[in-house]
Design a protein around this ligand. Structure first.
Ligand code: NZQ
Ligand code: ZN
Length: 386
């Protein structure tokens, strides 16, 4: 295991009724930009709870942050925050709203062109507004990490950035706020969190027993609760465990000092930028093929994954690996997420080289835990995902 510094300053308020905790988190004098999506928070009562908790604080509302939050929309929120001299951003919604809030928090005090915040991956950020979140969709881990992914449809771009100043100061996770999610979004959340764990775990052995066992427990919980929470959306226990699993999948814990392989995400972001496919669905397409193409480099961990996650013990090493990859694909399909490019009307023969070229243009020519995922390998992965 490599040396590491673990730092996660986000305070989590977990459980029923916890939106009220906002009252104790925000200073009475806070000037709050309330950022939200298309209106789900009005319909499910979250908005009323948030307003009650905010009380008489000066609040400026910005609705309309879309799934895969768009730069051009968020710029309007930046202008509102500047005009009203907001000093807090309160994100109320899913990962897209939370990511959008991180961008706004960084862009408001940014001196140059706000697009640079993204093109420099967050490296130009010097200060940020304070950030709080009420999460209504378990998936991204954005509620307890310092990363965000922003799209710019006008340029067909989707870029990730991060900065330590962008950890939410606090996040409220009330599982009941997620009961109103449509099954498609619940499945997306399960699939996204699953892939987050895999990308920090399924690399090569690093003698990181704590992180391995932690990763394995989160994977098993996701498998255990996935079907239950889809079938019974108001089963509090199942949903609460999904919410907790999704947060811990990407709050830094599993990734402490271990090799990581974010290639599925990097390839997936290009698929969303080009074809508008939901984030989690891009991962379901890429991951099984990536594991297949990279099976030798990942051999030891694939065998561990086969045994500890899918209870596969008999047969040759290769047969066990085949079976583990097949189980991974079947898991996504079992929660209603299709795993082939053709399922999304995407033609692999044209998209595979295009994605490879786009990543190359970004300098992403050595992805994966060993830097071996070159543009040619990206192309092979996507051709296999046809
Ligand atoms: O806009 P509203 O009306 O709120 O509807 C949303 C949206 O249509 C709806 N929704 C959210 N909570 C709901 C609800 N509907 C009913 N009841 C509720 N309680 O769900 C739809 C999708 O929401 P979205 O926020 O887009 O989903 P998700 O949380 O999956 O976020 C996806 C975005 O996060 C990025 C992705 O790339 C994508 O842009 N990611 C962010 C990461 C991070 N910050 O660390 C890491 C991830 O890997 C990911 O890349
Ligand atoms: Zn993700």
């Amino acid at each position: 295991m490599e040396n590491f510094t673990f730092h996660n300053p986000t305070r989590i308020h977990f459980g029923r009724g916890q939106i009220a905790a906002i009252g104790g988190e925000l200073p009475a004098t806070a000037r709050v930009l309330l950022l939200a999506g298309g209106g789900s928070i009005i319909q499910n009562g979250v908005y009323d709870q948030v307003k009650k908790a905010l009380g008489v604080r000066a609040t400026f509302e910005f609705f309309g942050v879309e799934a895969n939050p768009d730069f051009d929309t968020l710029i309007q929120a930046v202008e509102l925050a500047r005009r009203e001299k907001a000093d807090w951003v309160l994100a109320v919604g899913g990962g897209s709203v939370l990511d959008g809030a991180k961008f706004v928090a960084a862009a408001v005090p940014y001196a140059g062109d706000p697009w640079e915040v993204l093109t420099k991956g967050g490296a130009g950020v010097k200060s940020a507004l304070a950030l709080g979140a009420v999460l209504t969709l378990p998936a991204t881990g954005s509620e307890a990490n310092s990363f965000a992914v922003i799209s710019r449809r006008a340029l067909k771009e989707k870029l990730a950035f991060g900065h330590p100043l962008l950890f939410p100061r606090f996040s409220v996770l009330d599982p009941e706020t997620t009961f109103s999610l449509p099954p498609r979004q619940v499945a997306n959340g399960i699939g996204d969190a699953f892939c987050h764990v895999i990308e920090q775990y399924l690399t090569f052995p690093a003698n990181a027993a704590v992180q391995d066992r932690f990763a394995e427990s989160v994977l098993r919980v996701l498998i255990d609760v996935g079907q239950t929470t889809l079938a019974n959306p108001t089963d509090y226990s199942a949903r609460a465990n999904l919410v907790l699993a999704a947060t811990w999948a990407l709050n830094g814990t599993i990734g402490m000092g271990v090799p990581q392989d974010w290639a599925s995400h990097m390839i997936g972001h290009e698929l969303t930028a080009l074809h508008g496919i939901d984030h989690a669905r891009t991962l379901a397409v890429v991951l099984p093929s990536l594991l297949q193409v990279r099976r030798n480099a990942k051999r030891a961990k694939l065998l561990q994954y086969a045994e500890r996650i899918w209870d596969i013990r008999g047969g040759s090493e290769d047969a066990r690996i085949d079976s583990a990859i097949a189980k991974t694909r079947a898991f996504y399909e079992s929660i209603g997420i299709r795993t082939r490019l053709a399922d999304y009307n995407v033609i692999a023969a044209t998209t595979a080289p295009e994605v490879a070229r786009r990543l190359e243009a970004r300098g992403m020519v050595k992805l994966g835990e060993r830097g071996e995922i070159t543009p040619a390998v990206v192309e092979a992965i996507l051709r296999l995902a046809a």
